[in-house]
Write a protein that binds this ligand. Structure first.
Ligand code: AMP
Length: 210
């Protein structure tokens, strides 16, 4: 199944995608995670995008589209994928339609107040990228990843000013994708406010998957 996960930052797209990738047996492709890995590796891409990402703005469409095009050309994405964090603009959506046919767009719906609470408490593993939350999804041991033992850290773009910027960018540039895909008849809404297990159940129901 070829899926897009849409929704504001902090809607839980990454956490859900980590579960859905196992349910559907397709790769989870997160442009944000690819950028963060490039930054950690200090690659030319990482050096180019670090300041942009830390400030909460979007990386330019050309760079992002090229990255996704190359990733979707890999063999593991032939039978399906979950795109998490892409497309984020109408030009990205139009470019994607030229090189792949998306079957469903899952719109994770959540109010701004919950977004701020979730993002400011989010912690990410430096080793494997797994997501935790200081109140809602605590690791067994403080500051340590359950899955790989890596160190948990707060993303620079999860700091207050960057969160506000990201929400503003989401409303202006990404939210129009909801109507764009609804008009194509492929959008399904999932209430992202409940606990993860309930959101997973809602997701299964919305896509009719066991
Ligand atoms: P995310 O992990 O999806 O929240 O992405 C983190 C950051 O990476 C975003 O705030 C953007 O700066 C950048 N980014 C991720 N995906 C895209 C995209 N599709 N277009 C532009 N910038 C992106």
């Amino acid at each position: 199944m070829k899926l897009i996960f849409l929704g504001p930052p902090g809607a839980g797209k990454g956490t859900l995608a980590a579960k859905a990738t196992e349910i559907l047996n397709v790769p989870h492709i997160s442009t944000g995670a690819i950028f963060r890995a490039a930054i950690a590796a200090k690659s030319p891409l990482g050096l180019k995008v670090k300041a942009i990402i830390d400030s909460g703005k979007l990386v330019d469409d050309g760079t992002t589209i090229e990255l996704v095009k190359e990733r979707l050309a890999q063999s593991d994405a032939a039978k399906g994928y979950i795109l998490d964090g892409f497309p984020r603009t109408i030009p990205q959506a139009e470019a994607l339609a030229d090189f792949s046919t998306v079957e469903k767009v899952v719109n994770f719906d959540i109010p701004d107040s919950s977004v701020v609470e979730r993002l400011s408490g989010r912690r990410v593993c430096r080793g494997c990228g797994a997501n935790y939350h200081v109140s809602f999804q605590k690791p067994k041991k403080d500051g340590v990843c359950d899955a790989c033992g890596g160190e948990l850290y707060t993303r620079d773009d999860d700091k207050k000013e960057a969160i506000e910027k990201r929400l503003e960018v989401y409303r202006a540039q990404t939210a129009p994708l909801i109507d764009h895909y609804r008009a194509k008849g492929i959008l399904v809404d999932v209430d992202a406010r409940p606990q993860v297990d309930t959101v997973v159940a809602n997701f299964r129901k919305a896509l009719s998957v066991q």
